[in-house]
Design a protein around this ligand. Structure first.
Ligand code: SF4
Length: 430
């Protein structure tokens, strides 16, 4: 037995209330459960009840055993003077407040449906990565959908909060913050770390000064990324990049940046090499002066495609690395990569801006965009798909990831609407 299950039973009053009485035998009536206290002190505040003929207002404290009151030293703590009911699984000992008065005790052990207790234990002890897998088919679709909608919004809020932290570190500079997020996005799964580092070591303010020249933007990106440090290339274009970067590095006093070994090429198709992604990023940076507002204001998926699908320079249309030609020409980033950038750059940025401005419309737009793009299933989402959950869009995928990371993995079934439904549906008997 765990205290959080007892708190759950108390909060939803999932126990037999017929002829309810305290351990001392006085009739008990619950008038108000109170609200859960996440701070120090008693578990529920502002509860109201009638013990015998007297009505009481105060706190309710939850423990597995009544004797935990002493184990936690509550008899010496003034915050517990207001406790009007001690809700326990087992009333093994009467307890008193500091002034010596008896705290009314309610024992739940014989008042909970054995079936509910068994279901709870099954959820807690299940070895499955999704502990409610066996119960999943019995949960109505509407409950699952509502929970998924909740986890999607929570996930977006969490992502938004993390961007707001970056914004603070960047002195409230939205443009630099959006630029860092965009660079990280261009790292996709494999090269996020070096791309993020590149964005910090090559500030947007420097890139912007040369935005009119795609060649100079490329020189800055490839140079600071460490791709111009090799022996002098034979081809004219990369040779010029080397010269240009040498000039720009000196001009802007750039510190030594990344090195070739920081970048990952393993298991990537040439079209996804970081050298190709840098060319695509350079094209986006050169094309847009106000990057942040473009990312926030683009109306729909098509507008984002227009924003990101900028033609790369002639050299990078035909090369995937310096000195290595591609078999087929690539003029710009592909649509599925753009959708990835919508999911990992535009949507989190919108979520952050919604929190910053307190304008929910930006969050709604983030959800709308996720509903319009597809995302490949992954190790997490496949588990729900195996249970019959159909992921139609990226919104479904992101919701499932949120559910898994925030609820299923840490076993927070008592906070989950699906878990709530499962427990509510428990049979009376074990
Ligand atoms: S948290 Fe919810 S969805 Fe996850 S296992 Fe528990 S009840 Fe099921």
């Amino acid at each position: 037995m765990k205290e959080d299950f007892l708190a759950y039973l108390w909060q939803y009053q999932y126990f037999d209330k017929s002829a309810l009485s305290t351990a001392a035998g006085e009739p008990l009536q619950v008038l108000r459960v109170g609200f859960a206290n996440s701070d120090a002190g008693p578990d529920f505040l502002e509860a109201r009840l009638r013990v015998g003929e007297v009505e009481w207002s105060g706190s309710a404290e939850i423990h597995v055993r009544a004797s935990d009151w002493h184990r936690h030293q509550h008899q010496e703590d003034p915050r517990y003077d207001q406790v009007v009911l001690h809700v326990v699984w087992e009333a093994d000992k009467p307890v008193h407040r500091r002034d010596g008065t008896l705290v009314p005790l309610l024992e739940l052990k014989n008042r909970v449906k054995p079936g509910m207790l068994q279901t709870y234990q099954q959820l807690q002890k299940s070895g499955s990565t999704i502990p409610c897998a066996a119960f999943w088919p019995s949960v109505p679709e509407i409950t699952k959908t509502a929970m998924m909608e909740r986890t999607l919004v929570e996930r977006l809020e969490q992502k938004g909060a993390s961007i707001l932290q970056n914004l603070t570190q960047n002195g409230s500079d939205w443009e630099q913050t959006a630029y860092e997020l965009l660079c990280k996005g261009f790292g996709f799964k494999i090269n996020q770390v070096p791309f993020e580092r590149l964005a910090r070591e090559l500030p947007l303010a420097v890139v912007r000064k040369h935005r009119q020249s795609l060649f100079q933007v490329e020189a800055l990106l490839y140079g600071q990324a460490g791709f111009l440090e090799q022996e002098v290339p034979e081809e004219e274009y990369p040779r010029n990049l080397v010269k240009e970067f040498s000039f720009l590095r000196h001009k802007h006093q750039l510190q030594p940046g990344l090195e070739r070994q920081h970048w990952n090429f393993l298991r990537l198709r040439p079209a996804n090499f970081p050298t190709v992604r840098l060319a695509q990023l350079a094209a986006v940076l050169a094309a847009h002066q106000q990057l942040f507002s473009r990312l926030i204001e683009a109306k729909d998926v098509k507008a984002y495609e227009g924003l990101f699908m900028q033609p790369v320079s002639a050299y990078w249309q035909q090369h995937y690395m310096i000195g290595r030609e591609t078999a087929s020409e690539h003029t710009s980033i592909g649509k599925s990569s753009v959708h990835n950038l919508i999911i990992n750059v535009a949507v989190p940025l919108l979520a952050a801006y919604a929190q910053y401005t307190q304008e929910r419309a930006y969050l709604e737009k983030a959800v709308y965009l996720l509903e319009k793009v597809k995302e490949a299933s992954n190790r997490i989402t496949r588990q729900y798909e195996e249970l019959g959950w159909k992921a139609v869009s990226a919104a479904d995928n992101q919701a499932a990831i949120g559910l898994f990371q925030r609820y299923c993995q840490p076993l927070h079934c008592l906070r989950c609407a699906i878990g709530h439904k499962i427990l509510k549906q428990s049979p009376a008997t074990a």
